[in-house]
Ligand binder design. Sequence first.
Ligand code: RB5
Length: 151
Amino acid sequence: MSDWKVIGIGNDHAAVEMKKEIQAYLEDKGFRVVNYGTDSTESCDYPLIGKAVGKAVASGEVDAGVLICGTGIGISISANKVKGVRAAVCSEPVTARLTKEHNNANIIAFGARIVGLEMAKAIVDAWLEAEYIGSGRHERRVAMIHEIEME
Ligand code: RB5
């Protein structure tokens, strides 16, 4: 379990209801949640939201992030353009756990059109409860990802 206290959440128009449910779920767990997403179902551009949450995570404004769009893909690709972000799209809890343990994922993403609410909660829980294995090959490989960013 991480010592995260503040989670940034972001979503586009495809994920308004799921964002609200996940925000409430995180707040019930005691997190402070900062909403960078839209609360409207009017079409909007997910890159702006992925970037906003990515920058909030990278700057330390929030400890970690949750991103939701239709698939989870566009919004996570956008966040991953911000240096220091390791956003992972997951559709089930095993990869959510492993991306924290191995990749130290600081943003979890999923698709509101792909997973149901209970699966989304299970993904969030697996990611929150896992610990980064910050030694050996995992530490070396995460450092290598950072080196790519710095090139
Ligand atoms: C919006 O229609 C959709 O393209 C977006 O939510 C997401 O799935 C993109 O990756």
